[in-house]
Ligand binder design. Structure first.
Ligand code: SF4
Length: 233
């Protein structure tokens, strides 16, 4: 498998201090993507599961405050088999594991036995709208979400909010989520930013994507009204 970036962060992609691997390649084409260099299936540096395990064992001292390792992207699950092998090795060595995924892996559940903390993006409840802005519909994302709710495992849902793309209808999101048992699910909103805009080689198509404080507040109030638990960041 290949990675295009790695580094430590605290509490951003799972609990505690974490070594975060950004894996090369993504099946989505979100027009707001802040890591466009990770979209292509080419590039990055080849690493084996054993090399990652070695690096993580050497980094153990850094995994303080309940930290560990997170695999993100691009889309980490495109490397399903290698990722599974890596997660299993880390798990065997008692290292805390997390993945951050766009939720489109049809075999996601096979990875979860070795994932201690799961972050799944949910960009739109409407499949046509999602397809329009990312190239991929949300059928698999929804199926994964619904299965995970039934399994009662911990789940962290991350919703990027982008003006003009998915902020019109907070009720649409909340009504969908509240049909399921979300007692182990926490929801996080990520307000649009443009940190990755300068990295786009193609035309950057988001126009006026910043959201107002009122919009963010509307989402928070709407989710709270439906009994959905929020992660406050
Ligand atoms: S799913 Fe994530 S990595 Fe892939 S294009 Fe969208 S924002 Fe970028």
């Amino acid at each position: 498998m290949r990675i295009f970036q790695k580094g430590f962060n605290f509490g951003q992609d799972g609990p505690g201090n974490r070594l975060v691997y950004h894996m090369q390649g993504c099946n989505m084409r979100c027009i707001w993507c802040s890591n466009p260099e990770g979209m292509s299936s080419h590039g990055g540096k080849e690493v084996s599961p054993e090399e990652i395990l070695d690096e993580c064992i050497r980094s153990r001292m850094m995994f303080f405050s309940g930290g560990g390792v997170t695999f993100t992207g691009g889309e980490a699950t495109l490397w399903h088999n290698e990722l599974l092998q890596t997660l299993r090795l880390l798990h065997e060595h008692g290292i805390h594991t997390a993945i951050e995924t766009n939720g489109t892996d049809k075999e996601l559940s096979a990875l979860l036995e070795y994932v201690d903390y799961l972050i799944m993006d949910f960009k739109h409840y409407d499949t046509e709208a999602l397809k329009k802005y990312t190239g991929v519909g949300n059928e698999t994302v929804k199926r994964n979400f619904e299965q995970i709710c039934q399994s009662a495992r911990q789940l962290h849902i991350r919703i990027p909010l982008i003006n003009g793309i998915n902020t019109e209808d907070p009720e649409g999101f909340a009504e969908y989520f509240s049909k399921f048992n979300t007692s182990n699910t926490a929801f996080e909103f990520l307000a649009y930013h443009e940190y990755g805009k300068g990295k786009w080689e193609e035309e950057y198509k988001v126009v006026d994507g910043f959201i107002s404080a009122e919009t963010l507040d509307d989402f928070k109030q709407c989710f709270s009204k439906h009994g959905l638990r929020l992660i406050i960041t």
